[in-house]
Design a protein around this ligand. Sequence first.
Ligand code: UDP
Ligand code: MG
Length: 160
Amino acid sequence: MAIERTFVAVKPDGVRRGLIGDIIKRFEQRGLKIVGFKMIWADEKFATEHYFEHKDKPFFGNLKEYLKSGPIVAAVVEGADAIDVVRKIVGPTSGDVAPPGTIRGDFGHMGIKHADGKGRIYFNLVHASDKKETAEREIKLWFKPEELHSYKRVDEEEVM
Ligand code: UDP
Ligand code: MG
């Protein structure tokens, strides 16, 4: 078990739908600690760097337009094995298979295939780093060291 930090973003559709609180609450209620938090409107350079791993995918252009379509809420979340735990809370990428109880399974239902068939941009509310190297890279991209904070939650002895 390791105390890890991971990067989470409420994507522009989550912000536009007024779900910032509902989404961030999912992490806080599990005992994970928010150690960085801000609203940013990503530009082309940021979007390209953030989704660098997808640069050769056919959906890359649409994905960048999606990320740039409004402000996002960026957060760094800390806790025991936080990278995997946060991915479980977020749920699978495609909303049609995301189980109820996950963020993507509770606030959406449309799948990637359906969106592709309609020629729509695929919205799924939230981003979370998928592994250690990605988390380190994404935290460094979105946050300056002085924007991250170490503090104790009052329930830390019980839940961490
Ligand atoms: N995405 C898409 N079409 C696809 C696959 C992914 O539009 O066929 C979008 C979707 O918004 C997803 C993001 O690209 O969240 C990044 O894809 P990834 O496979 O990294 O999924 P995630 O890590 O977000 O679950
Ligand atoms: Mg990913």
